[in-house]
Design a protein around this ligand. Structure first.
Ligand code: B3K
Ligand code: ZN
Length: 878
């Protein structure tokens, strides 16, 4: 498959102003008639051909202005030459939704029709210039058997609906907004919906709907609440109102990813819609809130202003992740106060470090705005999403919240209705904030879009008592990444403060024009730069990169004593947490390398003090007491021995369980639940910490605590407590684990999303053997075709259970290769994701790397492999 390069971009030669699509829906053979109004773009050569993409569809007829027209076959579609300036084009094609196991284009889930068109699924429905910079007004006519598909949905407004003589139903939908093909959607199914009428701040009435299968209606309340909160938030924070009369969310259980922002008709993985206290955990509730928000926010950032080409994906994704993060922070703060914001920020940074940092250090490292790809689906990555969001966040840090809102306004006034680039967004932000650091350094700031790799910062400070100055010298460097040997210095906003040895915040003055205060924003732009802080009264401990003000790796040069002070006293909650993580790492890393783990009294006392501090949120305590993940530990080491990391990690957890036993017990008793279940910040935080206590107490192997956990699996009144108790039993290899698992499965056999958790818990269990994974795959409810289920077993084992997956005998790798092949034949997108489990193989210690390589090479040589999977393996082996 060819490599597509960013710099090859050419504007489309033809515009399609209007299209009417008629669907005669049939599982085996769906007929699609497309009638387009085509116009040559001003500036395009009169000889320019019209290129239409098409994949896995059969062309039945093609008429130009009502007459058959000759077309040429191309690699991925057809080409029309010698065209008039404007014309009507009518194309009839057929496709087979039942046979579409890739879940891209028009496909079946159970006996219902759904579509997924981003990035390149529309070409699997009809011939079309399937690129985001071609925007059209869509009218959609759907016809299907009324008895099986009583609900027919598409984008925009329902114009009419009527029964036909042949027992079918016909619905006509019209989307008032021009859109690219990737935002097209249809649904034909037997569904029920929860409805809500709302009036916006602007005074307009809207109908919100959440569509699910019969029987799931009692799990739609939270999604609807989240949607209403999203609508209100975007109006309040950015002045962006819902632009449609009707906004629909539809849940489907077979879906490649989380959800999709189709205009007015969001289609969601059931995982991000369905929740009630009996089936969903606190984490599920949170994810639903943020994904509902994310897709809704795309209505402006993505749909009203879209991407010129797929290299600009982060224009909509980075920005929309940033927006959903801010939304969740604001909601958390509403119920949990300001410290809830910090908790959400810490969780987001933890995700970034767990998934994006390794990507940036591995064979798939790419800039936030990639330069080339083979399969665009491979670039829906943590770099484009999460690092992209950090880049947008740095802009906000540099121009302030109000300045950022101004930048958004300018962005919309310039580009509403257009398909634009990441540069356009940066330009609007900088232009709206003249004289800001973003404006001054705009060109250099653009390197965040262009350069891959995580910059490393080193900090060194010197206090001079005589002049009362503290000189902070920062250096930055970035390792080479594939295709980028040399890196230039980037713009790094460093939010910082100074802490005295007594723990008190020290005031200082950062420059001539700033006043004396507890905090400053330093803007590093050089490879090495010194900042002189004035009026410093005592030798300080620097608290750098507060709130994680830039996505970099920081070597702060601090020792244990400094970190203990920061953990106990820093006014920045992020850096308090960070101090705890670093204290844990400085005990874990030597133990992984040399084998003897020391958990000293100073460290334990510090943790105890956090647990006992009545002023701190339970959610924050839980984060402080959660060790860095095994994956994050691995990234700190030159050579990775996953089983050894796992053993050390477990040993440390056991030590914390033993040494803090009295505190865990105390927490268990004092955090007894409020009556009734609410997923709000405060209640979820209490549950989280209490269940962390139970997890540690079970680790002790104490029959009494394991018995309590078993009791909770039996009688908990919500899924969070039930599942956490089950996980505590499985994670501590308790004897009762097996019985608890069986009980749980019997109770939730008819709840697929709960069963996904049950499968995943076992696939991720410490010491899971391959045979146990195969046994899960022989379970009557296992299916390779359902992405959620396949991921719950196979990806959880291969990507989420490093201690068991990496084996000296290489059996894990052989299993992985077998599953990648099997999945690839069904669904390349899902297979390519799984293929990435081996991204970091070159860093593996012997014997792991040695046993991985031949397996990977053999898999890569398999002739039938999809372009998606081939691209991933090719890069890993390059
Ligand atoms: N835009 C979609 C992702 C589409 C993935 C295609 N492989 C979901 C989202 O980011 O909101
Ligand atoms: Zn998105």
């Amino acid at each position: 498959a060819p490599v597509i390069s960013r710099l090859q971009y050419e504007a489309p030669a033809y515009a399609i102003d209007q299209v009417t699509l008629e669907f005669d829906l049939d599982p085996e053979r769906t007929r699609v008639k497309s009638r387009m109004q085509v116009r040559r773009m001003p500036g395009a050569a009169p000889t320019a051909p019209l290129l239409l993409d098409g994949e896995d569809i059969t062309l039945q007829s093609l008429l130009l202005d009502g007459k058959p027209y000759v077309y040429a076959q191309t690699d991925g579609g057809i080409r029309l030459d010698k065209l008039p300036e404007t014309f009507a084009l009518e194309i009839v094609t057929a496709c087979s939704p039942r046979g579409n196991t890739r879940l891209s284009g028009l496909y079946m889930s159970g006996d219902a029709f759904f579509t997924q068109c981003e990035a390149e699924g529309f070409r699997r429905i009809t011939y079309w210039p399937d690129r985001p910079d071609v925007m059209s007004r869509f009218t959609v006519v759907l016809r299907a058997d009324k008895s099986i598909y009583p609900v027919l949905l598409s984008n925009g407004n329902l114009r009419s609906q009527r029964p036909l003589d042949d027992g079918r139903l016909e619905a006509v939908w019209e989307d008032p907004f021009p859109k690219p093909s990737y935002l097209f959607a249809l649904v034909a199914a037997r569904l029920v919906c929860r409805e809500q009428r709302i009036r916006s701040r602007a005074g307009r009435e809207h109908l919100l709907q959440v569509y699910v299968r019969e029987g799931d209606l009692d799990k739609t309340d939270h999604a609807m609440q989240s949607l209403m909160a999203s609508v209100a938030w975007d109006e309040q924070r950015f002045g962006l109102s819902l632009d449609l009369d009707r906004f629909m969310i539809v849940a489907v259980s077979d879906f490649n990813m989380g959800a999709m922002e189709n205009k007015g008709l969001n289609i969601f993985n059931t995982k991000y819609v369905l929740a009630n206290p009996a089936t969903a955990t606190d984490a599920d509730y949170q994810h639903i809130e943020s994904v509902v928000g994310h897709e809704y926010f795309h209505n402006w950032t993505g749909n009203r202003i879209t991407c010129r080409d797929w290299f600009q994906l982060s224009l909509k994704e980075g920005l929309t992740v940033f927006r959903d993060q801010e939304f969740s922070q604001d909601l958390a703060a509403q119920s949990g106060g300001e410290s809830a914001r910090a908790v959400k920020r810490i969780e987001d940074v933890r995700t970034l470090r767990a998934v994006q940092f390794p990507e940036d250090a591995g064979p798939m490292a790419h800039p936030v705005r990639p330069d080339s790809y083979v399969a665009i689906d491979n670039f829906y990555t943590p770099t484009v999403y999460e690092k992209g969001a950090e880049v947008v966040r740095m802009m906000q840090t540099l121009v302030g919240r109000a300045g950022f809102a101004k930048g958004m306004q300018l962005y919309f006034s310039r580009h509403d209705g257009q398909a634009v680039t990441c540069d356009d967004f940066l330009a609007a932000m900088a232009d709206a904030n003249p004289g800001s650091a973003l404006d001054t350094h705009r060109q250099q700031f653009g390197l965040w879009y262009a350069q891959a790799g995580t910059p490393r910062l080193r900090a060194q400070g010197r206090f001079d008592a005589a002049s009362r100055t503290y000189t902070l010298t920062l250096t930055q460097a970035c390792q080479p990444t594939p295709g980028q040997g040399e890196k230039q210095a980037q713009v790094v906003p460093v939010r910082m403060g100074l802490v005295g040895r007594d723990g008190a915040a020290l005031a200082f003055r950062a420059g001539d024009r700033t006043g004396r205060g507890p905090e400053a924003l330093l803007v590093l732009t050089q490879p090495e730069q010194s900042f002189v802080l004035h009026e410093v009264d005592a030798d300080p401990i620097p608290s750098l990169l507060r709130g994680f003000s830039a996505p970099v790796i920081l070597d702060d040069g601090l020792g244990d004593a400094d970190r203990l002070i920061l953990l106990a006293h820093d006014t920045d909650p992020f850096n308090r947490w960070e101090a705890a993580q670093r204290l844990a790492l400085s005990r874990l890393l030597p133990a992984v390398c040399e084998g003897d783990l020391k958990v000293d009294a100073a460290y334990l006392d510090a943790l105890r003090a956090v647990l006992r501090d009545p002023a701190l949120d339970p959610a924050f305590k839980e984060l402080v007491l959660t060790l860095p993940s095994e994956g994050y530990i691995a990234e700190q080491l030159g050579e990775i021995d996953p089983p050894r990391i796992h053993q050390t990690h477990q040993a440390m957890r056991l030590a914390l369980a033993q040494q803090l036993q009295a505190d865990w017990e105390q927490l268990w008793h004092t955090l007894a639940p409020n009556r009734g279940y609410s997923p709000d910040f405060a209640d979820a935080g209490r549950r989280g910490l209490r269940n962390l206590a139970l997890t540690h107490l079970c680790l002790l192997g104490d029959a009494q605590w394991q018995g309590r956990a078993y009791q909770r699996v039996k009688d908990a009144d919500n899924m969070t407590d039930r599942f956490d108790a089950l996980a505590a039993l499985v994670g501590s290899r308790a004897q009762l684990a097996e019985a608890a698992l069986q009980r749980f499965a019997a109770q939730f056999a008819h709840e697929p999303l709960v069963m996904d958790k049950w499968f995943a818990l076992q696939a991720g269990a410490p010491g899971a053997e391959i045979e146990a994974i195969r046994a899960l795959m022989r379970h009557a409810d296992f299916s390779l075709r359902n992405p959620n289920r396949a991921r719950s077993v196979i990806s959880t084992f291969c990507q989420g259970n490093p201690g068991a997956f990496h084996r000296a005998d290489g059996a894990g790798y052989a299993f992985w290769a077998e599953q990648v092949r099997a999945l690839d034949a069904i669904n390349p997108q899902v297979a390519a994701r799984l293929a990435r489990a081996m991204d970091r193989w070159r860093k593996l210690a012997p014997p792991y790397a040695q046993s991985a390589e031949p397996v990977m090479r053999e898999l890569a040589a398999h002739p039938g492999l999809s372009a998606d999977t081939r691209e991933i393996l090719g890069k890993a082996l390059a």
